[in-house]
Design a protein around this ligand. Structure first.
Ligand code: ADE
Length: 416
């Protein structure tokens, strides 16, 4: 009995430790930063509160910040994205982690509260829930500044800034070049397909797949779906992005028309009710719905539940809704499918995103006295530094301008 109990805790912990090791091996840029942090201790005496998807790559970021001298608390930014084995491993390393896969809404908020009870100096947020709490229940805590990881969170921050309610500086990590060009496009592209394929064990080839949203994430999903042999239709509300999708070779149409043809819809918009009752009525029998946007409101679960005559879990991560004239399959409860049914973005991708996070947190620690209550872009030198380190780690050398070429750049007369 005792042995069983030990195994129940030790085995996931060992699995989590192996996952941390594997991630670390594939995060060379973060390793270089980690080594410098160990020497310089930029966060000595500071507390960092994090709300991110709690899985192996995030663990490596948290350990890196702790290596830099910070006291760290970590909660999840999504109730279904946690890797419990990594939680056990991090706890065994003395990290304070508040997260469990499948936590209830109450537990989710309790965990965020636990992070904020520490009264952090710096926050690292993904999606904006921690930041929101710091403007409501915890508006008394002074904050030096923070980072926001994702598009949805940045949208919320910009509204707060415009309305004049943002009460501390926040850095828009999402829009750093070394974040969104790779994480949003190649990370979401690969991990979303991985999650969908794991959840369904069905082919992508030969399916008509509707990708809702052609931001950087949508571009990645559409590109990879095409690569796997899907016939991809894109839906958009932005005319420029719609033209871009068309010129990238995708069909573009309104959701109500697209869904009539769709075998699968993947939402990647950051907007609610992208698939709603009128679309569900027009959908084909057997349609598969998945979401890769931050919140679980892109596919209306309210409409699905209201219209359903019955429902059942037919596979892990797949819920079947019987609507009378058709069956509709919802993957991963409409939550980020790449983290619910997969393990998030590949380690080499999160290496870049989390290097930006680590260096921007260091920037806050060093410069907070001069920062205002604004949403700041990540300083260019941080983007450049991460790009140089990544190239180096990939063993790629690139050309540089010689003196004469540099002078040429500064000339304005033709032909000189
Ligand atoms: N792993 C950790 N954070 C992630 C994110 N925001 N998206 C995908 N995978 C992740």
């Amino acid at each position: 009995m005792h042995g069983d109990l030990n195994n129940a805790l030790i085995l996931p912990c060992m699995e989590g430790m192996n996952r941390l090791d594997w991630a670390r091996e594939h995060m060379p840029v973060l390793n270089i930063i980690n080594a410098r942090f160990q020497e310089e201790k930029p966060f000595a005496g500071l507390k960092i509160g994090m709300a991110l998807h709690v899985e192996a790559k995030t663990g490596i970021l948290a350990l890196t910040l702790r290596q830099g001298g910070a006291k760290v608390r970590l909660a999840s930014c999504n109730p279904l994205s946690t890797d419990d084995s990594v939680v056990e491993a991090l706890r065994s390393l003395g990290m304070e982690v508040f997260a469990k896969k499948g936590e209830s809404n109450e537990e989710y908020y309790e965990n965020l509260h636990n992070v904020l009870e520490m009264e952090p100096d710096i926050i690292i947020d993904d999606g904006g829930d921690l930041t929101t709490l710091l403007h409501t229940d915890y508006s008394h805590i002074p904050i030096m500044g923070g980072n926001e990881e994702t598009t949805t969170g940045v949208l919320r921050l910009k509204v707060m800034e415009q309305k004049g309610v943002l009460r501390f500086p926040m850095f828009n990590v999402n829009d750093a070049q070394m974040k969104h060009f790779f994480d949003n496009r190649y990370g979401t592209g690969q991990s979303t397909l991985n999650g969908i394929m794991t959840a369904t064990n069905l082919t992508i080839a030969g399916k008509t797949v509707v990708v809702a949203g052609y931001g950087w994430c949508g571009r990645g999903v559409a590109m990879r779906m095409r690569g796997m042999g899907a016939d991809v239709i894109v839906t958009e509300i932005d005319p420029v992005k719609a033209i871009e999708a068309r010129m990238d070779g995708f069909r573009v149409m309104q959701m109500i028309d697209a869904i009539r043809e769709a075998d699968m819809v993947v939402t990647v918009t950051g907007m609610k009710d992208v698939v709603r009752e009128e679309h569900l009525r027009a959908a084909k029998d057997g349609i598969i719905l998945a979401n890769a946007g931050h919140f679980d409101n892109e596919i209306s679960k309210e409409a699905l539940n209201r219209m359903a005559k019955s429902k059942r879990t037919i596979r892990r991560f797949v819920e079947e809704f019987e609507l009378g004239d058709k069956k509709v399959y919802l993957l991963g409860d409409g939550r980020l499918i790449n983290l619910v049914a997969g393990q998030g973005h590949p380690a080499e991708i999160m290496d870049m995103s989390f290097a930006i996070q680590a260096l921007t947190a260091e920037y806050i620690a060093k410069n907070h006295e001069t920062l205002e209550r604004k949403v700041y872009p990540v300083p260019e030198e941080i983007d450049l530094r991460v790009a140089e380190l990544k190239l180096q780690s990939m063993g790629i050398e690139i050309d540089s301008l010689n003196e004469e070429q540099r002078r040429y750049l500064e000339e304005w007369r033709e032909g000189t």
